[in-house]
Design a protein. Structure first.
Length: 424
């Protein structure tokens, strides 16, 4: 297996002028501010570790929607209290956006990853024994906080690898794999045992494995962005002052909102509107996440070669067509195909957005900027599933369809506002 070159060892022009050499020296100095993929055997272990972390994030995010049909009768609550779980989860992400760059500046990438996984461990320790609903819902704050710390760090790490567009696709495909397996595993616990909440015991075990898998011990107490606490605050302010950060944040707000809304409420929609058996509905949801996983692998190179900007527009238009099929064709089999293809076609959006963001900004702002954009995206994953649940509690879960169409149209308009980047 060929080893990956560090960022500061990329090929350079042969006819290098003194100014080029000076620029390369500055670039090399900047590249030391963030961890890169070293040419040693630890590379593979690190790649496995970051992908396992994203797989865990996918399992976590897809579990809520899969367990809604069992949480409601288990706690004797309606759709609105269940929908608030998404808001509680976002509150953890919001705190992470404010603190992530400060923690990374003190503990480095390795330390931040361990803290994030440890916070997730607390969350699952609170949920697997089916505590009172207030405790159960409060645990979602810790899952949001823990996943957010992991998300910002692993995206930053992979964004600085050679051929990052491809590796970002693999990273987020791991997320899709976790989200694919999650509804299946949750359905098995819920239908084969009387204890649906023991699914979170599985999550607890996986989180322990996640903590033990980290291969970033060399950066445990080493700053990952070259800043002290005060400098970290300056980097966060600088990132917030960039127009591109807010444009991509808005795109992520709509995209992640659409992704989690579709994956989270499709089961309830199929059960209530299409009268599908719960186990069949669970498999359809897994089809959506499976499409997401496959699309992030297969579409990464195609999107990169033809052009990120053009292809995202095309993907959204195709996605709109598939969503309309899902809305108006009243057949569960057709719905399953349409929702799976929708997951496939919108799959590249998040890794493409991260790639565009890192091309638009200086390197020292990447940790803060990715943390901010991911958090705003997670705000969408809280706001729109909550909005869907709140409206569904009054008029029915069929409201999922017009909300999804509106989100896709908004994504199309928003993508046009994002500044153009130079082709790599």
């Amino acid at each position: 297996m060929r080893k990956m070159a560090p960022i500061d060892q990329f090929p350079t022009c042969e006819n290098e002028t003194p100014n080029d050499a000076e620029a390369q020296s500055v670039a090399t100095e900047e590249s030391s501010l963030l961890p890169t993929a070293k040419e040693d055997r630890n590379d593979v272990a690190k790649i496995i570790a970051v992908n396992f972390a994203m797989l865990m994030a996918g399992v976590n995010d897809a579990a809520t929607g899969a367990l809604i049909p069992y949480i409601q009768p288990g706690y004797n609550v309606g759709l609105l209290p269940v929908a608030t779980l998404y808001l509680v989860n976002f509150s953890g992400w919001f705190l992470a956006a404010l603190t992530n760059v400060h923690i990374a500046s003190r503990l480095g990438m390795g330390g931040t990853l361990v803290i994030g996984a440890s916070i997730q461990l607390i969350a699952y320790a609170l949920t697997f024994w089916k505590p009172p609903f207030l405790v159960f819902s409060s645990s979602f704050f810790f899952t949001g906080l823990g996943v957010a710390y992991l998300d910002a760090q692993v995206n930053t790490y992979v964004a600085h690898m050679r051929n990052s567009h491809r590796w970002l696709g693999v990273l987020h495909a791991a997320y899709g794999l976790g989200a694919l397996l999650s509804p299946i595993a949750a359905a098995l616990f819920a239908t084969k045992t009387p204890y649906w909440h023991l699914f979170y015991l599985l999550m607890l075990f996986m989180t322990v494995c996640n903590i033990l898998s980290w291969s970033f011990r060399d950066s445990l107490f080493k700053s990952s962005n070259g800043a002290d606490g005060e400098g970290a605050g300056d980097q966060l302010k600088a990132a917030l002052s960039e127009k591109s950060v807010w444009m991509i944040s808005l795109f992520f707000f709509l995209y992640v909102g659409a992704e989690v809304t579709a994956g989270g409420w499709v089961i309830e929609f199929l059960i209530e509107v299409r009268h599908s058996p719960p186990n069949i509905a669970g498999y359809v949801a897994s089809g959506f996440w499976g499409g997401l996983m496959i699309g992030r692998i297969l579409l990464a190179d195609i999107t990169h070669k033809i052009g990120d900007r053009r292809m995202v527009f095309i993907y959204i238009l195709i996605g709109l067509g598939l969503q309309l099929v899902f809305w108006f064709v009243l057949d569960v089999a057709v719905d399953a195909i349409a929702i799976s293809l929708l997951g496939f076609i919108i799959a590249p959006f998040f890794p493409v957005g991260v790639s565009v963001l890192t091309n638009l900004l200086p390197r020292e702002l990447h940790v803060a900027a990715i943390g901010v954009t991911a958090t705003v995206g997670q705000a969408g994953s809280a706001a729109f599933p909550f909005l869907t649940g709140a409206i569904a509690s009054k008029v029915g879960v069929a409201v999922l369809q017009p909300i999804m169409v509106t989100l896709l149209v908004g994504m199309f308009l928003c993508w046009g506002l994002i500044p153009r980047t130079k082709r790599n």
